[in-house]
Ligand binder design. Structure first.
Ligand SMILES: [Zn+2]
Length: 472
């Protein structure tokens, strides 16, 4: 079999189509016309998502003595967002076309200006804004009909309790990180961890983005997997760099385990003028998506900025007391920040494969196969009785029951066996176990490998052993 090369736009369309057809991801609220780039995870997608989150938790929390997890409230005291700076500065700049009322983020519009015909002379923001008067709207083509840039707050606002007053205004968290800082002293007390150690959290965050899109890339409701790794105030650059390098390596290891295509990953050093003012170093892990090279993950050394800010605003001491020396200090922080949906998108784009194969009738055909690492595959094994005759389904059902405690198992009796193999290939199931009429006599089944399509005849009592060996 040979792999078929695809252009990137084709790849995106194909992955979106597969995600929909096989029940990974589809538009939310669709019977009501959908809701601006909201997506629901279907029966297959939810398993992939759970596997990714559970694997992350296992690798970075359960298997490490220097990590603990939390699960904090999405709505936090508004003063948290005052202290973190989100309330003042969590804005996007919005420019609206006066004719068609399409709203653009200023940076999206500038990218468009720079890429379109009649390139502007300057890349300076002020200059670009001046030149906007001679540019056509990307939506309606009217020239120069733009409003002045307006700030637009990107935190979702709601109301706590029944009375709508400014005092009751609360926000949905725009990141999971802050709870790890706010709860720091309490976590040190109950976990009895000593520096260096980290706090991890997986959870939803919300940003009222002006523009969303590119499937599940930019969303208003999304999930993060974040770590705040606390270290002693560094005496030299090396003291924090060793932790930074460690986490950079860990991110690369993670990408490898979940099967993200290395050739599409780039490490981008963020220059000082583009970093948050408190960050001493930020590296973005970018991915070559079909729509361009964009952020997948971020790693930042945030100094002691966060804990200090919460200490100042709350008036509470969040200092760490070294049990050996008795010295008290505000710890510094390294933050590896990962998005769940972007991970899923990168994984799907990396795993999607088309191969030319020869069918049983000798005809060339295209096979779509999602080459997911088995550790994150929605199902590890599918049990497929050749027909729905009672003697076969009875045997297949008993095999399913036998395996279900050890593996996530799909069970499918519909359609021809060829179509069922095709479905399992497309959802990335590493092994298919077929129960046929010979199985009734020889007590053996056929086990088919997703990637090689090779088939082995295996004794029923040895299926578990066979799969255990293969699925390591
Ligand atoms: Zn317009």
């Amino acid at each position: 079999m040979t792999s078929i090369k695809k252009t990137d736009t084709e790849l995106m369309d194909k992955v979106v189509r597969l995600a929909r057809n096989r029940g990974f991801v589809f538009p939310g609220s669709e019977i009501y016309g959908g809701l601006q780039n909201s997506w629901d995870y279907g029966p297959i997608g939810v398993e992939l998502k759970r596997n990714i989150k559970e694997l992350w938790w296992k690798m970075f929390v359960l298997e490490r003595p220097d990590m603990v997890g939390i699960d904090a409230n999405i709505i936090m005291n508004t003063r948290v967002w005052e202290a973190s700076g989100h309330l003042d500065s969590f804005n996007d700049t919005l420019i609206e076309c006066k004719k068609c009322h399409t709203r653009f983020r200023d940076d999206d519009l500038f990218v468009y200006m720079l890429s379109e015909k009649g390139k502007p002379r300057s890349t300076n923001t002020e200059e670009l804004l001046k030149e906007l008067v001679s540019f056509p709207c990307p939506e309606c083509n009217n020239v120069g009909e733009f409003t002045k840039p307006k700030f637009f707050h990107t935190m979702f606002r709601t109301n706590l309790g029944s009375i709508e007053t400014p005092e009751n205004t609360v926000y949905l968290r725009p990141e999971t990180a802050q709870a790890m800082f706010v709860d720091f002293a309490e976590i040190v007390r109950v976990s009895r961890k000593r520096l260096p150690f980290g706090i991890a959290q997986i959870g939803k965050a919300f940003r009222n983005e002006i523009t969303t899109g590119n499937f599940i890339f930019r969303l208003r409701e999304f999930e993060q997997m974040e770590i705040e790794y606390f270290i002693e105030p560094p005496k030299t650059k090396k003291d924090w760099e060793k932790h930074f390098d460690h986490w950079l390596k860990e991110i690369k290891k993670w990408l490898d385990v979940i099967g993200v295509d290395k050739n599409r990953v780039k490490e981008v050093e963020i220059p000082k003028k583009e970093r948050a003012h408190y960050s001493e170093r930020t590296v973005d892990i970018e991915f070559q998506y079909p729509f361009g090279q964009k952020e997948l993950y971020g790693l930042a050394y945030r100094t002691d900025y966060d804990i200090s800010a919460h200490q100042k605003h709350s008036g509470e001491s969040l200092k760490y007391r070294d049990p050996k020396t008795g010295k008290e200090f505000v710890p510094h922080v390294i933050e590896p920040s990962l998005g769940v949906e972007r991970t899923i998108l990168a994984v799907l784009l990396s795993a999607y494969t088309e191969e030319e194969v020869v069918s049983a009738k000798g005809e060339k055909e295209t096979r779509i196969v999602l080459k997911l690492p088995s550790i994150i595959a929605p199902y590890k094994v599918a049990i497929l009785p050749l027909s729905d005759k009672a003697e076969l389904t009875k045997m297949a059902e008993s095999i399913r029951k036998e395996l279900i405690g050890d593996f996530s198992v799909d069970y499918d009796t519909t359609q021809s066996i060829g179509k069922r193999y095709r479905r399992q290939d497309e959802i990335g199931t590493p092994y298919c176990v077929t129960v046929d009429f010979d199985s009734l006599d020889d007590k053996k089944v056929t086990i088919r490998d997703r990637d090689t399509m090779k088939q082995d005849r295996v004794e029923i009592k040895k299926i578990r052993e066979y799969l255990n060996k293969k699925l390591i």
